[in-house]
Write a protein that binds this ligand. Sequence first.
Ligand code: TRP
Ligand code: SF4
Length: 338
Amino acid sequence: MVERKVILSGMRPTGRLHLGNLHGALDNWLSLQEDYKCFFFVADWHALTTDYTHPEAIRENTWDMLLDWLSVGLNPEKSTLFIQSEVKEHAELYVIFGMLTPVAWLERNPTYKEQQQELSHKDLSTYGFLGYPVLQAADILIYRAHGVPVGRDQLPHIELTREIARRFNYLYRRTIFPEPEALLTEFPVLPGTDGRKMSKSYGNCVYITEPSESVHKKILTMVTDPQRKRRSDPGNPEVCPVFSLHKIYSTEEDQAEVIRGCTTAEIGCVDCKKILLARMDARLEPIREKRRKLEVSRQKVYDIVLDGIEKARREAKITMELVKEAVSLNHDLGKGRD
Ligand code: TRP
Ligand code: SF4
């Protein structure tokens, strides 16, 4: 059998996932797990780079994220699901990559400066934050991954990973690491309830496993085409954030009906939103149901994650053997004993 290509991705534990995460990233992971050898992990060390002064939420957020992954259908029989800090080999490789990564590569990384400015209320002038992409390179290369599904914002990190892989292979004259490709998820930005991009920091999110009644409340007060002030005004679905959701959840027929009804003022926004909500419920209810089941069988989830950690370690150890040999740290102290 030809070895399947290795795909790897991670998310920082930000807690429960919202619909933007589902359609921007997870839907893609779900289809990748059908054809590739996939590793998906919660990047809790990366969370610590920005939240080291207040790490209290990381553990609960990690758990919430894992439950959401399982609820949407990431399948532990197909994908290896784990927590970064439980696989120490990531850290080991990170130390070694640190030796051969020029500081200038990190300082010129555009994300580094941007994030420092954006998060100026936090002190991010740390060694760990500068080294964020080196750790990310270790995450990816420890599994010798070929493809990394990420959003556009992560491109500089993937480029750096390729540079580190190339430099390692060159310095030690062997091809241990492939140069991984970013698998861009080109997905139109999902609007939140205020019409801006759905994002935790805007407080405009609908969560994947939010109860139905709460989703209904949010959608019924969601902004619509601002030109459609009265029920009798015709609207324009193309500029309406509610219609962006129809494009994901509703059938072609529903969408055609909404376009017709909206542009002729035959239907009101509430009617339109009710059509959407029926479709959203149909898609999200099985996910909510799965989450409810998982909540009450914690031990089962622990076992799934323990198993993922075990599988990840096995793979990571193989790479570390090759790496240690390359950098002459294969001391083999136990050898010769029986
Ligand atoms: N930096 C990524 C983000 O913020 C998370 C991440 C950490 C990651 N390690 C990774 C993504 C390895 C892909 C591969 O979204
Ligand atoms: Fe938007 Fe629907 Fe209202 Fe038209 S009818 S403005 S598409 S919510």
